[in-house]
Write a protein that binds this ligand. Structure first.
Ligand SMILES: [Fe+2]
Length: 278
C-alpha cells in the first residue's frame, strides 16, 4: 500500500512516498539497557552521542581509502571513467542516473575491513575504551565484518526510511558508528529521533524487514511511518569532521535527505557488536 511518510527534520517538513504494509507492534520494549553497549554513557537516555574519533591525518587517510573504493566501484561499471577529474564532491555529475548509482551502491554498501587501507581494529579499540565494553568488528550471524559507504546525491531520493537497525537479527547487539566523510552538514547529516529507543513496539507503526520500497528501491530495514505521538520529529546532531555519531541500534534514524544544492554527501557506517562475555 502506498503511504506518504512525513517527517520533520530540524523543524523542516519532508515528505516521500513509501510502498509497504504497515502494522502496530506488541507491547514490548526491544531496547535492553542492561545489555546495551551505551549503558555507561551519560547520554544513554538520548540514545546517541558524539565521540571524537580521528586525528586530522587519520581522518584524511580514511577519506582517501573511501575515495579509492568509490573509484573502484565506478570503474567496474564505467569503462571510459576518467578518475583524475573525480572527487567525492562531484560524484553526482559523473554518476548522474539512478541505474548507475544503484550499481555503485550495491558494491559500496557491502564492504569489509579488508577493503580499507585503514586500521579498523584501532577504531574498535578506541570505541571499546570510550564505551567501557569490549567490542569487535566481526558480526557472527553474517560471518564477516560489515562496512557501508553511504552516498547521497543532492536533490535525490538516495535515502533509507526512518528505521531501527535493531529490527534485523544480526544488528541487535551492536553499536552503530556513523562517520561524516564529505558534504555532511546541517543540510545533509544523519537525522535521529532522540530517546526513541525507549518507545515500545505498540507505539510504532512500521513495515516488516524488506517490506518498504522508496523510489523503486527495497530496503532491508523496516520503514517506521509514525509513532503514537504522530509524525516523526527528527534532529541532525551533525558531528564535525573527525567525530562520530554513536548510537544504539534501537534509536530511530534515517531519511537523511541531502538538501545541499550541488554536493554529494558521503558517510561511513560501521557496526560493532559487544564481544560475548564482556
Ligand atoms: Fe540504520
Amino acid at each position: 500500500m502506498n503511504e506518504s511518510c512525513s517527517v520533520l527534520i530540524d523543524n523542516q517538513p519532508y515528505d516521500f512516498e513509501v510502498d509497504g504494509d504497515f502494522f502496530w507492534g506488541n507491547e514490548v520494549l526491544l531496547y535492553d539497557e542492561a545489555s546495551s553497549p551505551i549503558s555507561k554513557m551519560d547520554w544513554k537516555n538520548e540514545g546517541y552521542g558524539i565521540i571524537q574519533a580521528f586525528s586530522d591525518s587519520d581522518f584524511f587517510k580514511l577519506k582517501s581509502s573511501i575515495e579509492y573504493n568509490v573509484i573502484k566501484a565506478i570503474k567496474l561499471h564505467v569503462s571510459d571513467f576518467d578518475e583524475t577529474a573525480f572527487t567525492l564532491d562531484n560524484y553526482h555529475q559523473i554518476v548522474s542516473n539512478n541505474e548507475l548509482h544503484n550499481d555503485i551502491i550495491d558494491i559500496t554498501r557491502n564492504l569489509q575491513n579488508s577493503d580499507f587501507n585503514f586500521d579498523i581494529e584501532a577504531l574498535v579499540e578506541h570505541f571499546s575504551e570510550v564505551l567501557g565494553f569490549k567490542l569487535t568488528s566481526y558480526i557472527e550471524e553474517l560471518d564477516k565484518t560489515h562496512i557501508q559507504i553511504r552516498i547521497s546525491r543532492p536533490n535525490s531520493l538516495d535515502i533509507n526510511p526512518p528505521h531501527r537497525d535493531g529490527y534485523l537479527s544480526y544488528y541487535q547487539d551492536i553499536v552503530n558508528v556513523w562517520i561524516p566523510i564529505h558534504g555532511c552538514n546541517e543540510l545533509s547529516s544523519l537525522p535521529v529521533l532522540p530517546g526513541s529507543h525507549l518507545i515500545p513496539e505498540n507505539e510504532i507503526l512500521r513495515t516488516q524487514s524488506k517490506g518498504a520500497k522508496i523510489n523503486g528501491n527495497t530496503y532491508y530495514v523496516p520503514c517506521i511511518l509514525k509513532t503514537k505521538n504522530g509524525n516523526i520529529c527528527m534532529i541532525r546532531p551533525n558531528p564535525k569532521q573527525g567525530e562520530a555519531l554513536v548510537f544504539t541500534p534501537y534509536l530511530i534514524h534515517g531519511s537523511a535527505v541531502n538538501k545541499n544544492e550541488n554536493i554529494t554527501r558521503v558517510s561511513l557506517e560501521l557496526r560493532f557488536p559487544k564481544l560475548k562475555g564482556s
